[in-house]
Design a protein around this ligand. Structure first.
Ligand code: ASP
Length: 347
């Protein structure tokens, strides 16, 4: 591996815990000043890269993240795409998997690394995990082999693991190891060395970056639970303007077989609503028709989401509907992996 001396990176700080420091007097968390990052983290100079910083104004706790913000971020990467070899996005961990998923769909033909990272403890706290996450994300975003980026895709780096962004979920609010990629192997593992699992990483296609920023927000999620009532299901299906519903089902895509439930979904589908079946499990895949409890869903036209995460399903639907594609094209693309988000043989 060749760490180029003339490598340039853009670090975009969006908000979240990683960019916080603890006021020594009040103990309150306040935003860390990235303008003097070299004074706070002098080791950054040892990389020998040119690293520029951009902080969003205002900074957002990722619980306040909105699709408008994903668009801003995608546009910023597009604007600076030719100026840098890679991008590191510092982001709150709470909704990082949603933003990384969205960016993966919005940045078509991405041939440079966009590495998201954050932390559970603020950068300015002694025992922080932010320092290691940040430094490793920088190294990964800069890593090249034969002049080509090693990880030219949207990824999340957290606690020694590099994961495909649109395969991740935040599953732990306490441990430094906060993310899981339940259906796709790691892109890299960081220990004494950074071990890239190159067979798992998307290959560059050398095409021109194309960004998609017309997201359609008329998408919702309904998580099934034992005892879910007819009024909950019906009122969800009647949300004004709703174009797609992610149905979070049990196990391998199973749902109640009560006639009122199936008929309600069928009515929605007949009116043009897209219903995408995604499992509540953190690992494994929807297999429509495997059990009697998913056979009816298949018959009425519910679309199987294979092993896509809910985060990725939401972003993919907003993107596909935003593109104004015909209904049948959206249904077809939902069953294909377009950014490595699902494990399925593309026909
Ligand atoms: N609430 C914070 C956020 O997601 C937590 C974090 O940064 O990890 O913005």
């Amino acid at each position: 591996m060749n760490l180029e001396q003339n490598t340039s990176l853009l670090v975009i700080y969006t908000g979240g815990t990683i960019g916080m420091t603890q006021d020594p007097i009040s103990g309150a968390l306040t935003p860390f000043n990235f303008n003097n990052i070299y004074e706070q983290l002098p080791v950054l100079r040892d990389f020998g890269y040119q690293i520029d910083f951009h902080s969003f104004d205002p900074l957002v706790d990722s619980s306040n993240m909105k699709p408008e913000f994903w668009i801003k971020l995608a546009q910023m990467i597009e604007k600076h795409y030719e100026d840098y070899d890679g991008f590191v996005v510092l982001h709150g961990s709470d909704t990082m998997a949603y933003t990384a998923s969205a960016l993966s769909f919005m940045l078509e033909n991405l041939n440079k690394p966009v590495v998201f990272t954050g932390s559970q403890l603020p950068m300015g706290v002694i025992r922080t995990d932010g320092r290691e996450n940040f430094l490793a994300a920088i190294e990964i975003a800069a890593a090249k082999e034969d002049e080509l980026a090693i990880v030219p895709e949207v990824s999340i780096y957290f606690e020694n693991h590099l994961m495909r962004g649109n395969r991740t979920t935040k599953f732990n609010a306490e441990h430094f190891n906060a993310f899981v990629s339940g259906n796709y192997p790691l892109l890299a593992e960081v220990g004494v060395h950074i071990k890239y699992n190159k067979n798992n990483i998307i290959k560059p296609n050398f095409k021109k970056l194309k960004i998609h920023s017309s997201l359609d927000y008329n998408v919702s999620i309904l998580k099934l639970f034992p005892g879910i009532s007819e009024s909950v299901v019906k009122s969800t299906l009647e949300i004004p303007g709703l174009k797609a519903l992610i149905l979070e089902t049990f196990g391998s895509g199973n749902a109640p077989t009560d006639p009122w439930f199936i008929n309600a979904l069928k009515g929605g589908i007949q009116k043009g609503l897209i219903i995408l079946n995604v499992t509540q499990c953190k690992s494994g895949s929807v297999e429509l028709g495997r059990y009697e409890t998913s056979l009816e869903l298949q018959r009425i036209g519910v679309v199987g989401g294979y092993d896509i995460t809910t985060e990725s399903a939401l972003a993919k639907l907003m993107y596909l509907i935003g593109e104004n594609y015909p209904h049948d094209k959206i249904i077809r693309l939902l069953q294909q992996s377009i950014r490595g988000e699902m494990t399925v043989e593309n026909k």
